[in-house]
Design a protein around this ligand. Sequence first.
Ligand code: ATP
Length: 325
Amino acid sequence: MSTDSAQPLPLATRAPAKINLGLFVGALREDGRHQLASVMQSISLSDELTLELAAGGGDVVVCPGVSGPPQQNLAAAALQAFREATGWEAPPLQLRIDKRVPVAAGLGGGSGDAAAALRLAAAASGCGDEALLGELARGLGADVSAQVRPGRWLAGGAGELLQALPAARESFGILVLPAARGLSTAAVYAQADRMRSARGWVELEALHRALAEALGDGTALPAAKLLENDLQEAARVLCPEIDGALAQALGAGAEVALVSGSGPTVLGLFAGAAGPDRARAAARALAAERRAAGAPAALAAEPIRAPLPVAAHAGDLPIRHNWRA
Ligand code: ATP
């Protein structure tokens, strides 16, 4: 493959977290994954990734804050999959991940890092178009594909059928209330299966269509009934502190409070152009209360509405991000 457009190292990019604007869950498929209908929205809260030449033998991922051997990091698997698929023979590389997105929190942090690693490898090698990155992403995990090009995606199937939605014309604010401990996505799905009957295929199709219609013209947020999360009750059972965070978000002025993905992070949504400022003010207002309770600091974010570049230095990346109280 041509390396004409390869960009010199070091290269940096951001890996945005994702939230689900509506998460409707159907039956378990034969492949062990659940049918779903959802909108995946990338947000400004993001990890920062830097790819550079390594001093030693093989590729290495450095990711403080994520336990387990570095080679089990999803971003390491992404780098390896990219090398195998393209035959890219770069010298050993170091991928550094500065985690800002809470881990095992229902914010798609690991998937976002894997997708960002693919973008960095493509830029550094000059190989790999979006179709190849999409294919590699599908092999890495359910949520990775939608994060290859951070933005707003309508997801169907078991999350692998993706349709691009226009960016929100107007921003909105997102108050992010992380929990002290993470939740395993598999455990939350298993708990949900025990607690509730799956939505039928016809109902899921109708919800998928309703989300497409609600957001197809760049409307910022769907109506509250489309913002439900079918995993919320299961996450609440496994992590009772969620209830306090839902109350905190509503008490701080959010129009809607919901669990993010499989939880346990709670989101408060603030509609309208003033929403981002209101979410920041809410995070500030909750700072003392959360500190006193030993809870992680509240964060504020907004949706990503413009393409995310790969840059030579992290400081060159233009989006406002990672605001914390
Ligand atoms: P999901 O994408 O299933 O919603 P999540 O957002 O709840 O997942 P992640 O932050 O992706 O959770 O972490 C899930 C697990 O993945 C962690 O417990 C960690 O062991 C593992 N992991 C592997 N690579 C990473 C990474 N780069 N960042 C965070 N976690 C990672």
